[in-house]
Design a protein around this ligand. Structure first.
Ligand code: SF4
Ligand code: SF4
Length: 510
């Protein structure tokens, strides 16, 4: 077998090491072993190290560090290590390369070319520490007209479509039990319940232990229909998954070795069988078909919950979104091409789809031009790295930002991209019940709650600096953004003016 150059090097400082063995116990990838004869930890194979940093953080003596492997490939402008490694792996395995955790290519981040405006002199800022700034928002269809009936002198609104109240315009995106561990998913379910927002179940159904969280869950209805039953339909909202950002046009994949008793019960499939959901929804080949499924879910859930549709951000996303609204969806979830996942073919993950920033701006403007924007809630995710990305995506036209990698990082994820191996040393992307214990549910939930609250506070502060007292007034407010990037076409698609653009002479005269 041809060896490949390791990416990382494990360095142990034996002068500091007290031979406690924590590093070897924590390493799930076989990079470090504890040699009983020599009574000390040894680097078994640098090539196995994925830089998950577990050993570094669990060493009580700071005796370990991980560095990039010093001997690297000869510099080459075309044949970069990304390609050489992939060729070697495929030459060895003959298979599709799977990876997790988001697009690996260095495409420009459109978010980083945007800045927002702030109040000065003529339009007063709001002091968010002393004055209220409303972050509450609603998920669901908005009525075109309000019908009011009078019954015995009392006035009542008729037939309001179901809406879910969110305390903050942040939801946690879909992650299924199986793709992540029981402890990780439970920690996040607890967090959204405490904060008063939602999380997506992913396509893996819902374990009975988690029924208690249904009023804070969006139940996904994916092409595999795993675990979709009448109890599942009691989630706060339902969402038909057409696509996801990490792998547009591709279904879900959970290898049989990950399908243990817990997962098989939850998904309603036999133990040890591969859970492969088809690429398309086999009953949806047109907007009319989609309309039928939306209507069926409305009916099955007794018209009590909003029904949405999730799509990947692709070239014609604006026209697709328009069709989805006309098919009767109450919300649309758009997932950008940098979105994370437990397992995606690398070739799709890194090359298919478009950035969420452009997709949301296009959809918001298109639906507004068609006069139907107000009818749906838009959720958008796929690399919201910070509260500033959240704020920018709202200004570009999303009602709600969707995050997933960020809360996983709060739980301990180091974005090492080894999720499909099931060996996650942090106990997150694994169905191994022993590894899962590495996530402390209570502590993990607290960290995710803190993250959601911190971003919400950031949002309040920033809205205050813009003199805006409610997040709903900020949705699609592109006028408060300015573009600082190199590409005027990009600014045009975003619908954002370049920074420093002066108002036309005379436009302020009145
Ligand atoms: S965890 Fe640190 S102190 Fe313990 S054996 Fe490993 S290197 Fe030595
Ligand atoms: S979930 Fe685990 S395996 Fe996946 S990127 Fe994070 S630390 Fe690595």
């Amino acid at each position: 077998m041809l060896k490949t150059v390791p990416r990382f090097k494990v360095n142990i400082d034996y002068e500091k090491c007290i031979k406690c063995g924590r590093c070897s116990e924590n390493c799930t990838y076989g990079a470090i072993t504890f040699d009983r004869e020599q009574d000390k930890p040894l680097v078994k194979n640098n090539a196995n190290c994925v830089s998950c940093q577990r050993c570094v953080l669990f060493c009580p003596k700071e005796a370990i560090n991980i560095s990039q492997y010093p001997v690297t490939y000869a510099p080459h402008g075309t044949w970069m290590p990304y390609y050489i490694r992939a060729i070697n792996e495929q030459a060895e395995t003959g298979g599709v390369l799977l990876s997790g955790m988001g697009n690996d290519m260095s495409y420009p981040m459109v978010f980083d070319y945007l800045v927002w405006d702030a109040c000065q002199v003529t339009n007063p800022a709001i002091d968010a520490l002393r004055e209220p700034v409303e972050t509450r928002t609603y998920l669901g269809r908005k009525s075109k007209n309000l019908h009011i009936s009078e019954i015995e002198g009392k006035f009542e609104l008729e037939d309001l479509p179901p809406n879910v109240v969110l305390s903050t315009p942040i939801v946690i995106g879909h992650m299924s039990l199986g793709s992540i561990s029981y402890n990780a998913i439970t920690a996040m379910y607890r967090a959204v319940k405490e904060v008063g927002t939602l999380m997506g179940t992913g396509e893996g159904g819902l374990h009975r232990d988690h029924y208690q969280f249904r009023s804070n869950l969006i139940g996904e209805v994916a092409s595999g229909r795993f675990g979709v039953n009448s109890e599942y339909l009691e989630c706060a909202a339902l969402e038909i998954k057409i696509g996801q950002g990490a792998k547009p046009g591709h279904g879900g994949q959970l290898p049989g070795e990950k399908v243990n008793k817990l997962i098989s019960e939850t998904r309603g499939i036999p133990l040890g069988t591969d859970a492969l959901s088809p690429n398309p929804q086999h009953d949806i080949y047109s907007i009319e078909d989609l309309k039928t499924l939306i209507a069926a879910l409305h009916e099955a859930s007794e018209y009590k919950v909003p029904v949405g549709v999730k799509i990947a951000a692709v070239n014609n996303v604006a026209a697709i979104a328009s069709g989805i609204v006309r098919a009767g969806a109450d919300f649309i979830t758009i997932d950008g091409f940098r979105g994370g996942t437990g397992a995606a073919p690398r070739v799709i993950r890194d090359n298919a789809g478009i950035p969420i920033e452009l997709a949301v701006a296009a959809v918001d403007q298109h639906l507004t031009e068609e006069g139907i924007r107000h009818e749906v809630t838009i959720l958008a995710g796929g690399t919201l790295r910070s509260s500033s990305d959240l704020i920018k995506i709202i200004a570009l036209g999303a009602d709600v930002g969707m995050i997933a990698t960020a809360p996983l990082i709060a739980l301990g994820c180091k974005v090492c991209q080894q999720c499909p191996t099931g060996k996650c040393s942090w106990g997150i992307a694994t169905s191994d019940p022993i590894l899962a214990q590495r996530v402390d549910i209570e502590y993990g939930a607290r960290r995710v709650v803190n993250l959601l609250r911190a971003w919400t506070h950031d949002l309040e502060e920033v809205l205050g600096t813009m003199g805006i007292d409610a997040v709903e007034s900020f949705v699609g407010n592109r006028d408060r953004l300015r573009y600082l990037g190199p590409n005027p076409k990009e600014a045009e698609i975003l619908g954002v003016k370049h920074a420093g653009d002066r108002l036309k002479l005379g436009s302020c005269a009145s």
